[in-house]
Write a protein that binds this ligand. Structure first.
Ligand code: ADP
Ligand code: MG
Length: 470
């Protein structure tokens, strides 16, 4: 809100800050936003350092405890890079009629505004090292099961009820938007309910990485490790981000062993099964295979329809059957998109002040069905493929011929043919003027390989998922 000063140099920073506030506005309730965020100012946003000014010590502590992770996530979204968020007291800021400035947070005053949604759940022992940001809707009750996810859901329930014994570790994998994060949160909710007093640590692989890097910089690995020692449940989301990070894999291995030996439950998610995460250390792969590896597949039509119905109920919407079917038939690959479709239809009906019916649904979804996506480019494909194989973009575009770059290069050519209208020559040009027969050869070769090798076919699917092509 308030900006400390507005010299031209700071314009970009303050633009970012308003985008950050917008992102936060979407993540917390109106009341929380008014109580907390309207009294903040940007002190500094340099690289990944984001310093936010708050009116007093009470705010500072409250932000540290309850909002730091939330703000870091939002800042990452805005700045498209990991963000390190800290707070600074700016007495000039209005403290307002919100929380009483002099009161310490420990007092647990009832007048204190509610914690952010996604809810912050303090474990009963109240010695949480990480804030636990659980989305209140991501429960087992709200998770619709079908053949595509039944094993994953059942094993998630089992580890919450019988932690450390049923399956340890539990490794859930599936492509984006199929409910991995939802199930991980559901495990935490259920664990908290059944294992009163036990501590939980839930974090994304990126948070684990960031915390680790910060601990290294502070020369304080000990307190980093200490955080994981006494938890009953460690949950790490999107573990595939461990690719190519040797030291962090070492550290994770270490953490894993300690918890495992103490019969503490470990649950991780990933976009691929352990054996297919490139550059994941063998010893980690074999650890993951000690427990249960469960896949979440794309849901069938029936399951998608059930999800649309459940979502409609949660949103208090009247959605006729033909609309449920229409939405479920058109959004097959990603439940998040399915949910987005329901929201678009409901918004359209609200604006037009008509009840939801098939024609309003068709109208609302027509643009995204026609193809609301930005056109695919060779640059985007190259970027995704380079990240997948952990090679440099410049190597892919160079003349180098060894297999570690020539294979990914052929994958780019294949994906470019499959997802763009570019000619063979145009694709060849992107790779330093290779001629069209080279490209044609690559495309055919990859096609054959995908037919012979289901693992490779699955890798291609995952890269397509990342590119957002269906
Ligand atoms: P992922 O982590 O695999 O990318 P998420 O867990 O974020 O996916 O799921 C995306 C959205 O879809 C969430 O809003 C989640 O609640 C919803 N969702 C996914 N699977 C189901 C399901 N089986 N039943 C109900 N909602 C689901
Ligand atoms: Mg997720």
């Amino acid at each position: 809100m308030a900006q400390v000063e507005t010299t031209p140099e700071r314009r970009e920073e303050s633009d970012n800050f308003s985008r950050l506030l917008d992102a936060l506005r979407r993540r917390v309730s109106k009341q929380q936003f008014a109580t907390w965020f309207q009294r903040t100012a940007l002190v500094r946003w340099e690289g990944n350092e984001v310093v936010i000014g708050v009116p007093n010590r009470f705010y500072e502590e409250w932000f540290q405890r309850h909002f730091r992770t939330l703000i870091a996530r939002a800042a990452e979204e805005v700045g498209q890079a990991p963000a390190n968020v800290s707070f600074e007291i700016l007495p000039a800021l209005p403290a307002g009629e919100g929380p009483a400035p002099a009161r310490a947070p420990e007092a647990g005053a009832p007048s204190v505004p509610p914690a952010p949604t996604p809810t912050v759940v303090e474990p009963a022992s109240a010695v949480a090292s990480f804030d636990l940001h659980l989305n209140a809707h991501y429960t087992f009750e709200n998770f619709i099961t079908g053949p595509s996810n039944r094993v994953a859901a059942a094993s998630a329930r089992a580890v919450a009820s019988d932690p450390g014994r049923a399956y340890n570790p539990l490794f859930l994998h599936g492509s984006v938007g199929l409910g991995k994060t939802h199930l991980l949160h559901a495990v935490c909710h259920e664990f908290l309910r059944q294992q009163a007093g036990e501590r939980i640590c839930l974090l994304s692989c990126e948070e684990f990485t960031n915390e680790f890097v910060q601990a290294l910089q502070r020369h304080d690995l000990e307190s980093f490790r200490q955080r994981f020692r006494n938890v009953g449940l460690l949950v790490i989301d999107d573990i595939h981000f461990l690719v190519g990070k040797e030291r962090i894999q070492d550290e994770f291995f270490h953490t894993f062993n300690r918890l495992y030996q103490a019969h503490r439950q470990i649950v991780v998610s990933s976009d691929a099964p352990p054996t297919e995460i490139p550059t994941l250390q063998d010893r980690l792969v074999s650890r993951f295979k000690w427990g249960l590896v469960a896949n979440i597949d794309k849901p069938e039509m029936e399951t998608r329809m059930a999800i649309v119905r459940r979502k409609a109920t949660l949103l208090d919407l009247e959605v006729p059957n033909d609309v449920v079917e229409f939405i479920a038939a058109n959004f097959r690959n990603n439940i998040r998109e399915l949910e987005g479709a329901i929201l678009s239809v409901s918004a359209r009906a609200r604006v037009a002040s008509v009840p939801i019916d098939l024609s309003i649904a068709q109208e609302a979804l027509e643009p995204s069905l026609r193809d609301g996506r930005p056109p695919m480019t060779l640059d985007r494909i190259t970027e995704v493929v380079a990240a997948h194989y952990q090679v440099k973009i410049s190597d892919l575009r160079s003349k180098r011929r060894n297999r570690s770059v020539s294979h990914p290069r052929q994958v780019v050519m294949f994906l470019a043919r499959a997802t763009t209208d570019l000619s063979l020559d145009e694709i060849g040009d992107h790779f330093g003027g290779r001629d069209h027969s080279t490209v044609l050869y690559a495309v055919r070769r990859m096609q054959e390989l995908a037919e012979q090798d289901p693992n490779f076919a699955a890798e291609l699917e995952r890269m397509k998922d990342r590119l957002g092509v269906r």
